[in-house]
Design a protein around this ligand. Structure first.
Ligand code: PMP
Ligand code: GLN
Length: 392
């Protein structure tokens, strides 16, 4: 998007234009294509959670402004969730903050914690709102590129170390990682933690796909590593874990002074949001293990269906250890420009995907990679795969 089409947009945001997700979902609608672009499930989450929202709405719970930090029921449930899955204890009153999705948690964290000119290290490719929010906060982004290695994308720890300068204020991490599907290992996280302690950095870690890890991958919250509890802002979201992306219920867990800082920014963004849904998400977080296991198994089957189909269709397919995305390399199809490929794909095959290059500063490093979402019904994935096979 060029600035001439947006004459009023300020310089900080000029480079961002319209998000790729809006652009590609509109393209899918316009062309009647199967939308494997924007990551949202095509079936809603558990019926009892939907009913809990209806009940809250009918009972008049949350129909007026909820408390700024979030309703106590939800804050308690978030703290209990961190304890139950990771053995991390957070005080629901001082160390938990409910936000309008992870998106607001990211924005509020960066707006609260950065001074103009501070450098922020983010793993590239990075989720698109990171760059925009760093810019809004007046920070400077310093990408560290994840590179293909033996079938998946890996973090080069030496590169990460080398990226830290005296102006680095924080590391902005994301694991499980969108769009590559990589999950940082225990050794990688330990090294990140060591570096953060050594260089006295804050870390904001986006863990919205925490319950979507597959095979032998394990989600380990960075806050659980030595020295990290009080320098880490951990971000979660009900959208991904319970398949209600439209509800926009997210959260932050961190030490009291970090939560207080993030809350200061958050109160002037939305103040509060999602009143009745907060009560429903409190119930969702307390669902038995069986829910989380079944959810993961269902998504795993979908990953396998899509990954195998994309392989058959001639793509190189990277291993997805977590998230709901498969990243592919289009070069075996004789293509090298993911943007051009994705713009033409609806016409050629009736499918929409996302060019990973939009998540890179080093666009050439991401050029041949294209992301497909598998959080769709099996029959939709099967049809998409049939269509993509006509490409070869
Ligand atoms: N972080 C990542 C890595 C995401 O993929 C997404 C959206 N899918 C978000 C944050 C935003 O989450 P929410 O919808 O809860 O705002
Ligand atoms: N996080 C979703 C994705 O990566 C999209 C969310 C959005 O549209 N902002 O596809």
């Amino acid at each position: 998007m060029t600035s001439s089409t947006r004459p009023f947009l300020n310089r900080r945001l000029a480079e961002f234009g319209t998000t790729i997700f809006a652009e590609m979902s509109a393209l899918a609608l316009r062309t009647g294509s199967i939308n494997l672009g924007q990551g949202f499930p095509d079936t809603d989450g558990p019926e009892e959670v939907r009913e809990a929202a209806v009940r809250a709405l009918r009972d008049g719970r949350g129909n007026q402004y909820p408390p700024g930090p979030g309703v106590p029921e939800l804050r308690t449930a978030i703290a209990a969730h961190q304890q139950r899955w990771y053995g991390l204890s957070y005080d629901p009153d001082a160390e938990v903050l409910v936000t309008a999705g992870a998106t607001e948690a990211i924005a509020a964290s960066l707006l609260a914690l950065l001074e103009p000119g501070d450098e922020v290290i983010a793993l590239e490719p990075y989720y698109d709102s990171y760059a925009a929010c760093i810019a809004m906060a007046g920070g400077t982004r310093v990408p560290v590129t994840l590179r293909p290695h033996e079938g998946s994308f890996r973090l080069d720890l030496d590169e990460l170390r080398a990226a830290v300068t005296d102006r680095t204020r924080l590391l902005l991490l994301n694991t499980p990682h969108n769009p590559t599907g990589a999950v940082l290992t225990r050794a990688e996280l330990a090294a990140v933690a060591e570096l953060a302690v050594e260089r006295d950095l804050l870390v904001v870690t986006d863990e919205v796909y925490e319950h979507l890890v597959f095979d032998d991958a394990e989600h380990l919250p960075l806050a659980g590593f030595p020295g990290m509890r009080d320098r880490t802002v951990t971000i979660g979201s009900a959208g991904k874990t319970f398949s209600f992306t439209g509800w926009k219920v997210g959260w932050v867990t961190a030490s009291p002074p970090l939560v207080a800082a993030v809350r200061s920014a958050k109160q002037f963004l939305t103040y509060v949001s999602s009143g009745p849904f907060q009560y429903a998400v409190a119930e969702a977080l307390a669902l038995p293990d069986a829910y989380f296991t079944a959810f993961r198994e269902d998504m795993l089957a979908k990953r396998d269906l899509l990954a195998a189909g994309l392989k058959d269709a001639g793509f190189d397919v990277f291993r997805t250890a977590g998230t709901y995305f498969v990243t592919t390399d289009i070069r075996p199809l004789g293509e090298s420009d993911g943007f051009a490929f994705c713009r033409a794909l609806p016409e050629r095959a009736g499918v929409v995907a996302i060019p990973n290059a939009v998540f890179y500063d080093h666009r050439e490093a991401g050029a041949p990679f294209v992301r497909f979402a598998f959080c769709k019904r099996a029959e939709v994935l099967a049809e998409a795969v049939q269509r993509l096979k006509t490409l070869a």
